[in-house]
Design a protein around this ligand. Structure first.
Ligand code: ANZ
Ligand code: ZN
Length: 814
């Protein structure tokens, strides 16, 4: 029997963490060979856009959680690619640079260095040889190239459209940057401005983006959010003749069955017909005034139910095509131009917003659907039997809606129509800090894309980078930038001076990670074929709709360009929770942002990682307390002492009790990490420690298994102890050792017997473990695998499979 105690001294995190960080980098253990890897696994975390202060504990929380999964997969024998980079263009970085009076390009360099330094300390296994920074011309050359491809395919278009404009940031904002009518960044009230801008026609992909959602291995919440954001709505377009005009007013309705109940029409203040009204109406001034005030509100505010409705009468009437009733036409801002046709038929009896409007302006309310209760204080929006509607009386909504549609279609009154709430993607930003939009305008030839050989259009380093207080980018004051020649006729021309949205930068970075050394293409087809779709994408739920939708759109676009053979970029998406500090959201104004550096200096990155992951379910987030971190530090100290002082480490065969204990932990931790349930995994690691500490000796193999389970969470301490147990000439990191596999024979599993029946006749009895009991799919599969059952079912059609939990599987056959 050989016994030995390790000769390690006190646990000294700063010392060992520096040492291993350096060694891992030298040995390139986190750099898979992207061409030769046999079992590629792309573990991606959301592209960070670090603030200038660098990494905060919330970032670290997300990154450490993603890194644990990487380490686990790597030890399972996968060639894990875990890249890192940063998204440093955009208003966020630009505003900060302006605030501290530094040029954004200079500030970017400072932020980058700081951020990368911090990241190196926290012990994540990144492949540092393939970083991507969005402001690197080698990268944005291809972001611009994508724009030109979009243009060539007719998917990049210029449209004049009302946009949200923040008078303080002096820039246009996307809808989602407007919160309660205010700028997300500076809380100034946002106003509307009409601008010509570039859009990507993501709406062309609405159906495709929607159709794929059910097949994604993403959390349900995110799938629902995407579905709602795309917002498919099936209805009809109905035409109303305007009295005294030779004009048909088209409305979009999802409730054509209520057409007899329409008592007025409403057009949006932006509707083109309004100009005609102004020119012919007697209340010109009133209408003009109304439009002005409507422009100050955001769309969400205008459309919300319950908000005080406002409007003005146009002075004109339309004819209801089903009963020739005269309907007054109103102008009201609860109808928006960007949706449907920008005009509606109002049915106050059955639509709440129309109801509120009718009450306020004393308009008629006619009930055409029988429903519960009286229509005196609220619209009845449910289903029921049609009434007061001529031939339609007695028809039942909504399952006889097809009858209504056919009727209207035959008479040429209406046409079926599908609308999506999804809007085209606004790309233009009237700012400095982004990739210039690579387009050239010539009086003779119109817009042309910058030819590929002239890309990138470099963002010039200018001193007057601040917004110029108009609706133009600061680049618009630089003739040396915008004067150019037309790529088509070689005549005088000007460049677009707007830059593109940061969401464009971050919609395709995960393609580039695989191909950073390729200078002549956005990405290598072979590389991407090997590594994408991303196996697991880990990030914040706040990006559920925009970033994830844009990335999906971009991937579909690459597919349609023939560059790739898949259409969905992320096979699995896992949304992590948010880290808060002592019950409060972290924010700079509260002064409670946790900067990890001091904790790492004091306790080590291992403690910080484990502490963050122990706060709660990774999917739920956690609440950080300074006092809590000490407890975790004590745990790692105990592990250290256990392995280096407390126990004799032996080569002799391990006792049964210890074997059972370790194999249960192996099984538990493996299952937990697969689900990214890290807090429960750490609890199991603690349990094992509590068990082992009661012993005098421990088998070396068992201790090594334990260290391997600990390695994803506390990579440094695990490496240090492991190396002391396995001194060898050639360095073999614990992080590329194989993950332990549990032996079911060593675990006393509770076995459950399940009767398998065919039409309630017993065919076989199968055994499953208690853990499997809840997994209906698995139990049925096991039942089907029984030879006796196979024989019994041969040649028959199984009409139904019923599983009564823990008892019976019954196959119903014909
Ligand atoms: C008549 C009606 C009767 C309606 C009724 C509803 C209930 P979704 O489901 O979101 O697509 N609408 C159409 N275009 C609009 C616009 N540009 N701005 C504001 N509202 C608009 O909603 C479609 C319904 O929203 C349409 O059906 C229309 O009102 C309104 F008992 O038409 B409905
Ligand atoms: Zn030209």
């Amino acid at each position: 029997m050989s016994t030995k105690k390790s000769d390690l001294g006190q646990y000294n995190p700063p010392e060992i963490e520096k040492k291993w960080q350096k060694k891992w980098t030298e040995e390139k253990i986190y750099q898979p060979d992207l061409d030769k890897s046999k079992k590629p696994f792309y573990n991606l975390m959301m592209f960070p856009y670090p603030s200038a202060e660098g990494l905060h504990a919330g970032n670290m929380y997300a990154f450490a959680g993603a890194d644990i999964y990487s380490r686990f997969k790597r030890m399972q024998g996968f060639d894990v690619f875990e890249p890192i980079g940063l998204d440093g263009f955009g208003i966020h970085s630009e505003n900060f640079a302006i605030k501290i009076g530094k040029h954004p390009a200079d500030q970017a360099k400072t932020s980058q260095d700081k951020f990368y330094d911090q990241l190196k300390q926290i012990g994540n296994g990144y492949d540092w040889s393939r970083t991507v920074e969005t402001y690197d011309p080698d990268y944005y050359k291809w972001t611009q190239w994508i724009f030109t491809q979009m243009f060539k395919k007719g998917l990049a278009v210029r449209k004049k459209s009302p946009v949200n404009y923040c008078p303080s940031c002096r820039t246009v904002l996307a809808d989602e940057q407007v919160i309660d009518g205010k700028c997300e960044r500076c809380e100034t009230v946002v106003v509307k401005k009409d601008l010509e801008q570039w859009f990507f026609k993501i709406t062309d992909y609405a159906e495709k983006l929607l159709k794929d959602i059910p097949n994604l291995n993403w959390s349900e919440k995110i799938k629902i959010a995407q579905t709602n954001w795309i917002g498919k709505s099936e209805g009809m377009k109905v035409e109303f003749k305007l009295q005294n005009f030779d004009i048909l007013l088209k409305v979009f309705t999802t409730r054509p069955d209520t057409l007899f109940g329409a008592t007025f029409l409403v057009v949006s203040p932006e509707h083109p017909i309004v100009k005609t009204f102004i020119s012919k109406s007697e209340n010109k001034e009133e209408i003009k005034k109304y439009i002005e005030q409507a422009q100050k509100k955001t769309e969400q505010e205008r459309m919300a139910e319950g908000k005080e409705k406002t409007g003005t009468f146009s002075g004109f009437y339309a004819i209801n095509p089903v009963n020739n009733q005269q309907l007054p036409v109103w102008i009201a801002d609860y109808v928006v131009m960007g949706y449907g046709t920008g005009a509606i038929m109002a049915v106050p009896a059955h639509d709440q917003r129309d109801f509120e409007f009718a009450k306020k302006y004393y308009l008629k309310i006619i009930k055409v659907i029988k429903g519960e209760g009286q229509i005196s204080d609220k619209a009845y929006t449910g289903e029921g039997i049609i009434m007061n509607s001529g031939e339609w009386n007695g028809w039942q909504t909504s399952f006889e809606i097809a009858k209504v549609q056919d009727w209207l279609t035959k008479k040429g009154i209406g046409k079926k129509q599908v609308h999506y709430h999804l809007r085209d993607w606004l790309i233009s930003r009237q700012r400095y800090w982004g990739p210039p939009i690579p387009m050239i305008f010539c009086e003779k030839c119109g817009w042309s894309p910058v030819p590929e050989k002239d890309l990138p259009v470099k963002l010039p380093y200018i001193e007057d980078y601040r917004p110029i207080g108009s609706d133009k980018s600061p680049l618009a004051t630089h003739p040396e930038f915008y004067n150019t020649t037309c790529p088509n006729c070689k005549g005088k021309a000007v460049r677009e001076t707007d830059v593109s949205d940061t969401f464009l930068d971050s919609s395709w970075y995960f393609f580039r990670y695989t191909s950073t050394e390729f200078k002549n293409e956005a990405f290598s087809k072979e590389r991407v074929k090997k590594w994408l779709p991303v196996n697991i994408y880990i990030g914040g739920a706040e990006h559920a709709v925009l970033h994830l939708l844009y990335s999906r759109f971009m991937t579909m676009f690459f597919h349609d360009l023939g560059l790739i053979d898949f259409e969905e970029p992320f096979s699995r998406f896992f949304a992590h929770g948010l880290l808060i500090k002592e019950g409060a959201k972290m924010s700079k104004s509260k002064g409670n942002v946790i900067v990890p550096d001091s904790y790492i200096n004091k306790y080590g990155a291992d403690t910080m990682r484990c502490y963050l992951m122990f706060l709660g379910q990774f999917s739920q987030g956690g609440d950080f307390y300074d006092t809590g971190i000490e407890g975790m530090n004590r745990f790692l100290n105990r592990v250290w002492n256990l392995a280096t002082k407390k126990l004799e480490i032996t080569d002799k065969e391990e006792d049964k009790e210890t074997l059972k204990e370790i194999h249960e932990i192996i099984k538990g931790v493996t299952g937990d990490i697969e689900k990214l349930s890290y807090n429960t995994a750490i609890a199991k690691l603690m349990e094992f420690h509590n068990f082992a500490v009661t012993k005098k000796t421990i088998g070396k193999d068992v201790l090594i298994d334990y260290l391997k389970l600990l390695a994803p969470f506390a990579p440094f301490i695990a490496e240090e102890i492991y190396q002391s147990l396995n001194p060898s000439a050639k360095f073999k990191s614990i992080h590329i050792q194989l993950w332990p596999v549990f032996n079911p024979n060593l675990i006393e599993e509770e076995i459950i017997k399940i009767a398998v029946q065919e039409n309630v006749k017993l065919r076989d009895i199968i055994e499953i473990s208690k853990d499997e009991m809840d997994n209906e799919e698995l139990v049925i599969k096991k039942a089907e695998e029984s030879q006796k059952v196979k024989k019994a079912l041969q040649g028959k059609t199984v009409k139904n499979k019923i599983y009564i939990k823990g008892k019976v599987v019954n196959f119903v056959t014909e």
